[in-house]
Ligand binder design. Structure first.
Ligand code: RB5
Length: 153
């Protein structure tokens, strides 16, 4: 149950399509005093998103970082790659309700955003909801466990 508490580290990653938005997220987390580890990309040069997704997800799955945020052009490629990584429940979201409920109900540990889809205002609101919402547990725990059993089959 990876609920965020003060002092925990958030893993960040983007490709070139998400680089600008990732930099906005970095500024936002710094202003809020939330610690993060940036797994790149560090420039807007073209880069393949699966390798960044894998680095972020390995860190989350190993417990070195509590939650991850991945940004590509649509958020979709990053989420596809992230959901191939063991222990990862990644959600591609475009509005705040989903970003909040994917923590509450799915215990999502990686949020995927589309730098070419949403503006920074909505994106930062989603980041706050995602980090600031705890998993509800209860009946949702059984369902999340059932999701995780699929990757062991
Ligand atoms: C890169 O051009 C783009 O394909 C990538 O950022 C992402 O949107 C893929 O899903």
């Amino acid at each position: 149950m990876p609920n965020y508490k003060k002092g925990d580290v958030i893993a960040l990653g983007s490709d070139h399509g998400g680089f600008r938005l990732k930099q906005e997220i970095i500024k936002h987390l710094e202003e809020k005093g939330i610690e993060f580890k940036d797994f790149g990309s560090y420039t807007s040069d073209s880069v393949d998103y699966p390798e960044i997704a894998e680095k972020v997800c390995n860190s989350v799955a190993a417990g070195q970082t509590v939650l991850g945020i991945l940004v590509c052009g649509t958020g979709i490629g990053m989420s596809m790659a992230a959901n191939k990584c063991k222990g990862i429940r990644a959600a591609a979201c475009s509005e705040t309700f989903s970003a909040k409920f994917t923590r509450l109900h799915n215990d999502a540990n990686v949020l995927c955003l589309g730098g070419r889809v949403i503006g920074p205002g909505v994106a930062l609101e989603m980041v706050d909801s995602f980090i600031g919402t705890d998993f509800e547990g209860g009946r949702h725990e059984r369902r999340v466990n059932a999701i995780m059993e699929i990757e062991n089959k």
